[in-house]
Write a protein of this length. Structure first.
Length: 316
């Protein structure tokens, strides 16, 4: 019998399967996840950082990225819940460098503040919100007429800081409502347009499109406005990628000099990206083909940008 995952699981697993070329965005994501789902214990005078989740893919994502970024001693195990459903709970235990990781991610477990060094622009704010949803978010199936997305938080002050984070985001004007529920504070959206925009914001592009697809099927008369989110999601992804490429090229030019890049195709592509900030990879492929007098594909351009990113990582 095939296991059907919930829409919440689909969104979270998409976030966990994304490639994060921006290390700052990834650090912001990890900071939010650990802030919400992390705890500290002490053993043999060592600080042990613990994080847990019921999703194996999320656990692997957090484990592998902490391991890659910090090269700490990290263990990974699971326990069976003593309940009717007998769910597994996955535990990530950071046995060394916990203090260094907490300091680098600027996490405080005693206060609700969010460091502005971790969330200093739209890209890192989006990463932080993705980490928060990954840690304690949920969303109703779009097949339900009751649209609802929420993030559950333990601290009222932290919830207010999270609201402020939404307000600081420049590209999309969406701010959730806040409500107490037992001993929790819930940030939530009930308007379907806002939910779709939030999914695109946190990088769940395919889930955003699936959400919109089902909405269109459910309410054909309002499909014109809803279909625009397909384009918004793709345009947002193209724009953010272009801005990141431009920033990396400017760093290379300042530290190394574009004219000193040995690969002439890469050198020309750097200039074309600076001259055409919002062009897609396909459009840049056409411009580069005209410059070189030979056919350059979108795949070739993507490969060249990977080389530019590697050069940026070396010189930044």
């Amino acid at each position: 019998m095939q296991h059907t995952i919930t829409f919440t699981q689909q969104v979270k697993e998409e976030i966990a399967s994304n490639t994060y070329e921006s290390k700052d965005r990834l650090r912001a994501l990890l900071a939010a996840f650990i802030k919400i789902n992390g705890t500290l214990t002490f053993k043999n005078k060592e600080t042990i950082l613990l994080a847990k989740t019921e999703n194996a893919k999320i656990a692997k994502f957090i484990y592998s990225n902490l391991k890659e970024i910090y090269n700490a001693d990290i263990s990974f195990e699971y326990h069976q819940k003593k309940s009717l459903k007998k769910k597994r709970v996955y535990h990530i235990s950071v046995n060394t460098m916990s203090d260094e990781i907490i300091e680098d991610l600027e996490i405080t477990f005693l206060e609700g503040k969010i460091s502005k060094n971790i969330v200093r622009n739209d890209d890192t704010i989006a990463g932080y919100l993705a980490g928060a949803f990954l840690a304690s978010g949920s969303i109703n199936s779009p097949k339900s007429s009751n649209y609802h997305l929420e993030i559950s938080l333990n601290n009222e002050n932290y919830a207010k800081w999270m609201i402020h984070l939404f307000k600081r985001y420049k590209n999309i004007d969406i701010v959730p409502k806040i409500a107490p529920r037992r001993n929790k504070y819930i940030l939530y959206f009930k308007k379907s347009d806002r939910i779709a925009e939030f999914l695109a914001l946190i990088g769940a592009i395919q889930s955003c499109m699936d959400f919109e697809n089902i909405r269109v099927d459910r309410d054909f008369m309002n499909s014109a406005n809803r279909l625009s989110n397909f384009d918004t999601a793709n345009m947002k992804k193209t724009f953010e990628t272009a801005m990141r490429q431009r920033e990396e090229i400017l760093v290379i030019d300042k530290q190394f000099g574009i004219k000193n890049i040995e690969n002439h195709k890469m050198r020309i592509l750097c200039r074309l990206r600076l001259e055409n900030e919002s062009s897609s990879l396909k459009e840049l492929a056409g411009l580069l083909s005209n410059e070189l007098g030979e056919t350059v594909t979108k795949s070739n351009v993507n490969h060249l940008f990977r080389g530019i990113h590697e050069l940026y990582e070396r010189v930044k």
